[in-house]
Ligand binder design. Structure first.
Ligand SMILES: Nc1ncnc2c1ncn2[C@@H]1O[C@H](COP(=O)(O)OP(=O)(O)OP(=O)(O)O)[C@@H](O)[C@H]1O
Ligand SMILES: [Mg+2]
Length: 252
């Protein structure tokens, strides 16, 4: 049974079709990358799956259960949790408390919630900043806080919406390592990312959207050679660079 199944998902905003009959699934324990140009409909798909909008049409099954149209807090409690592309931490609260908010979704015991929050802070290398106000963090640190808060809810499926954008090269490398560790612990991940060097080496499968339509789906090595994806998203130059950088070898 797949962790997430999306069947013919369509999301319209008036006459604009942001997702047009998109179908794909995410198997348990997989890392699936969701890529595509700006405005392709990636965040909209996250919004539908995580319950922020009910889709116009289509069905979403999470862990075998039809969750189409359920509100976000119900879907989060079932274990499908997403981060936001535009981060908005509780700025007037310390970093630790922001993560505790996540932990309290499932953990009612205050000591256990603290333990869990500290574990997530360590995972996201934020333990030294635990007592800082979240509003004082750099953008990269806020992005990591967003991941820590989501992790603290003990999700089954974690959906990251450009969690690596704005991070330094070292931070990106550390995030990739964290994602790989999370996969090793059995977490399933759906990741929207524009940094191909980060997502391609770790994804089991990549889904490509363009103009709301799924234009390709497959293992990374097929996606980087897919003519339609090269045309819509990578461009010839970038595609060549990806292959020459040795990334391509790592997919084979
Ligand atoms: N709440 C909304 N109301 C109206 N239109 C929206 C809304 N959310 C998204 N859209 C439109 O839907 C389309 C898809 O946007 P979306 O944010 O899903 O793209 P994206 O793939 O996440 O892009 P990016 O890579 O820039 O984050 C865009 O044309 C956008 O303007
Ligand atoms: Mg987006």
């Amino acid at each position: 049974m797949a962790m997430l199944e999306i069947h013919d998902l369509t999301m319209k905003f008036g006459s604009l079709v942001a997702n047009d009959s998109v179908s794909f699934s995410v198997e348990k324990g997989q890392i699936v990358g969701l890529i595509g140009p700006n405005g392709a409909g990636k965040t909209t798909l996250f919004n539908c799956v995580s319950g922020f909008f009910p889709p116009t049409e289509g069905k979403i099954f999470f862990n075998g259960e039809d969750v189409t149209g359920l509100p976000a807090h119900v879907i989060a409690r079932k274990g499908a949790v997403r981060t936001f592309q535009v981060v908005h931490p509780l700025s007037e609260m310390p970093v630790l408390d922001n993560v505790l908010v996540g932990a309290f979704l499932r953990e009612k015991d205050i000591n256990k919630a603290h333990e869990l929050a500290w574990e997530c802070l360590r995972d996201c290398r934020l333990e030294d900043l635990a007592h800082r106000l979240a509003g004082d963090l750099t953008i990269g640190q806020k992005k990591r806080l967003e991941v820590a808060r989501s992790l603290a809810t003990s999700p089954l499926l974690l959906m990251l919406d450009e969690a690596m954008a704005g991070l330094t090269t070292t931070e990106v490398k550390e995030s990739v390592e964290l994602v790989s560790r999370l996969k090793d612990r059995g977490l399933t991940l759906l990741i929207v990312e524009h940094i191909m060097e980060a997502i391609m080496p770790i994804a089991d499968k990549v889904v490509v959207l363009e103009g709301g339509i799924k234009i390709a789906e497959g293992p990374p090595r097929d996606i980087i050679n897919d003519e339609r994806v090269i045309k819509a998203y990578f461009g010839e130059k970038y595609s060549r660079r990806l292959k020459e950088s040795g990334q391509a070898k790592r997919y084979e």
